[in-house]
Design a protein around this ligand. Structure first.
Ligand SMILES: [Zn+2]
Length: 230
């Protein structure tokens, strides 16, 4: 049983009562499954799913594992006690849970899931995308945790934000003969169809006379059907 609702997977509300060791009775308000990363006395870590764990909001800030509840599963678990240790064993005698005596109580040993270690990129983003020159450990007295810069490291956001758009120079020269040069551009697909049910349009601009043609087409593949010289 636990008072921490966050631990319970597949929680189902259900009212009930629980009798504690001191004979007091408190209310349970639901049940669910709890996943723990159980550490055994030989240092192995295995995920263990404790089923039918009761949610008891009034329980102090700890969770209790009931040996009687484990026995009631009828899976042949046994309990071994030696010195300051208490171990729950499977039917084949392999250890599944290790309870270590701490302050008069056996505490289930768990491996806490550690937060992911911050990478160089994480630091770079957290500190507002500074240049690598400012992210060196000798610039800070308390940043020994910043990993060194990976080889060939590049930040996509920095590259994109610092890039500039180069405009082509305006073309002042014109052809002397009509149809010597024709510019064409295809535009679309638009989010709405035109009145004539087209998704694209294609333009042709004759360079010498600046005469222009615009055709509406339904698909890019229709480009080849456009009469370029009407
Ligand atoms: Zn950056």
């Amino acid at each position: 049983m636990t008072n921490n609702l966050d631990l319970l997977i597949n929680f189902q509300p259900e009212k009930g009562t629980v009798r504690l060791g001191d004979d007091s009775v408190i209310e349970s308000c639901g049940r669910g499954t709890v996943k723990i990363l159980a550490k055994t006395s030989d240092g192995q870590v295995t995920p263990v799913y404790l089923q039918r764990v009761l949610w008891v909001p009034e329980l102090g800030c700890c969770s209790l594992l009931s040996w009687r509840a484990i026995v009631s599963l009828g899976k042949g678990f046994s309990l071994r006690s030696s010195g300051g240790d208490m171990n729950v064993l499977r039917e084949n005698k392999t250890e599944v849970i290790w309870g270590k005596l701490e302050d008069q109580e056996y505490v289930v040993q768990e491996e806490k899931e550690l937060a992911r270690k911050m990478t160089y990129q994480d630091w770079h983003e957290a500190l507002g995308h500074p240049s690598p020159n400012y992210l060196k450990n000798d610039k800070y007295s308390n940043t020994s945790t910043i990993p060194s810069i990976p080889k060939d490291w590049q930040c996509e956001t920095c590259i994109t934000s610092k890039s500039t758009k180069r405009k082509p120079e305006p073309n002042t020269k014109r052809c002397d003969t009509p149809f010597e040069l024709i510019y064409s551009d295809l535009s679309g697909k638009f989010s709405q169809q035109s009145f004539g049910n087209s998704w694209y349009y294609i333009t042709f601009i004759e360079d010498c006379t600046r005469y222009a043609w615009i055709y509406h087409i339904n698909a890019k593949s229709d480009t080849v059907k456009v009469p370029v010289y009407p």
